[in-house]
Design a protein around this ligand. Structure first.
Ligand SMILES: NC(=O)c1ccc[n+]([C@@H]2O[C@H](COP(=O)([O-])OP(=O)(O)OC[C@H]3O[C@@H](n4cnc5c(N)ncnc54)[C@H](OP(=O)(O)O)[C@@H]3O)[C@@H](O)[C@H]2O)c1
Length: 271
C-alpha cells in the first residue's frame, strides 16, 4: 500500500467528479491506490469515469448521481456510501458566471450558496469526525484565486470561494492534532467546462487570462502534492504572481481594479 493510500484511504469522496478538476482529482487519487466515490448530477459521465478508473487502477468505485443543491442530497450520498470509510473528502463541485450582482438571478444565488457552502459544510461535518477517530484523513476545498482576491462581477462567487478557503484554513488548525490534513486549493482560470455556461471562453478577450490558464490535471496534481505539506495551494506560477502582486494593492482599490479587468473580459466575450 502507498503512503498516500495509508494516510488518505481506503475511500475518497470527490464531488463534481463528472468533469474538469473533479474528474482529474478522481483519476489521480485512484492512481495512488485509493477507492473513489464519484458524485455529480450526470450519471453517465460518472459511470464512464468509473469504468476507466477501475480498468486502469484496479481500485473500486461507487457512482452516486446527486444534485448537491437539493435539501436531502448529503443524506442520500451518505446512505449510498454506507460503511465505506472515507479517508479523503474533496469538496470540489461548483459553478460560476461573471455578471453584475444586480443582474444575476436570485435562483442562481441560492444554488451557489447550497453547492459552494451548505453541501461542503454538511459533508465535512459528517466525515471529519470519523477521520479524527481513525487518526488519519484529508479534506480538500476547491476554492479559487477569486476566494483570495475580492473579485468584482463575481461578487457572490468570490465570497463563497472565500468561505471554502477560510474553512480549510481554520479546520486545518483544529484537526491537525487529530491527524487530519486540510487544504485550500485556489486555482486561477482553468481549462474546463466551467466556462461552457452559455458564454465563450474568457481567454478570448484577455491576454492575462490566457497567461494564467491552467490545466485541470495540473490543479489536481498540485493540490494532492500539497496535502499534508501546506494549507494553501495556488497552482501555476502566473497565478501565484498575480495573487502576490494584488495582495500589495490597498483593499479599497482591489475591487475597482478587478471590476475594470472583468468588464473588459466580459465585453470581449460578448463582442
Ligand atoms: N475552471 C476554473 O477556471 C476554476 C477556477 C477556480 C476555481 N474553480 C472551481 O473548481 C471547481 C471545479 O470546477 P471545474 O473548473 O472543474 O468546472 P466543471 O468542469 O464545470 O466541473 C464542475 C463540476 O461540478 C459538478 N456540479 C455542478 N453543479 C452540481 C450540482 N448541483 N450537484 C452536484 N454536482 C454539481 C458538475 O457535475 P454535473 O454537471 O454532472 O452535476 C461538474 O462535475 C469548482 O468549485 C470551481 O468553482 C474553477
Amino acid at each position: 500500500m502507498s503512503a498516500f493510500a495509508a494516510r488518505y484511504g481506503p475511500w475518497a469522496l470527490v464531488t463534481g467528479a463528472s468533469s474538469g478538476i473533479g474528474a482529474e482529482f478522481a483519476r489521480q487519487i485512484a492512481s495512488r491506490g485509493v477507492h473513489v466515490v464519484l458524485v455529480a448530477r450526470r450519471a453517465e459521465r460518472l459511470a464512464a469515469l468509473a469504468h476507466e478508473i477501475e480498468g486502469r487502477d484496479g481500485v473500486q468505485t461507487l457512482v452516486v448521481a446527486a444534485d448537491l443543491t437539493q435539501d436531502n442530497a448529503v443524506d442520500t450520498v451518505a446512505e449510498r456510501i454506507g460503511t465505506r470509510a472515507i479517508g479523503l473528502l474533496v469538496n470540489n463541485a461548483g459553478f460560476g458566471r461573471s455578471e453584475r450582482f444586480i443582474e444575476q438571478r436570485e435562483h442562481n444565488y441560492d444554488r451557489m450558496l447550497d453547492l459552494h457552502c451548505r453541501a461542503p459544510l454538511l459533508l465535512t461535518h459528517r466525515f471529519a469526525s470519523p477521520m479524527a477517530e481513525r487518526r488519519h484523513g484529508g479534506i480538500i476545498f476547491t476554492s479559487s484565486t477569486a476566494g483570495l482576491i475580492p473579485t468584482a462581477r463575481l461578487a457572490h462567487y468570490s465570497a463563497t470561494k472565500s468561505w471554502g478557503h477560510f474553512m480549510a484554513q481554520t479546520l486545518h488548525a483544529e484537526l491537525r492534532h487529530d491527524g487530519v490534513d486540510v487544504l485550500s486549493a485556489c486555482p486561477g482560470p482553468t481549462d474546463t467546462e466551467f466556462f461552457n455556461d452559455g458564454e465563450s471562453h474568457p481567454s478570448k478577450g484577455s491576454r492575462i487570462i490566457r497567461w494564467q490558464m491552467t490545466q485541470p490535471s495540473d490543479v489536481a496534481h498540485a493540490a494532492l502534492a500539497g496535502l499534508g505539506r501546506t494549507t494553501v495551494v495556488i497552482p501555476g506560477l502566473s497565478n501565484k504572481l498575480i495573487v502576490a502582486l494584488l495582495r500589495l494593492v490597498p483593499a479599497h482599490f482591489i475591487g475597482r481594479l478587478t471590476d475594470r479587468a472583468m468588464r473588459k473580459v466580459m465585453q470581449a466575450r460578448h463582442s
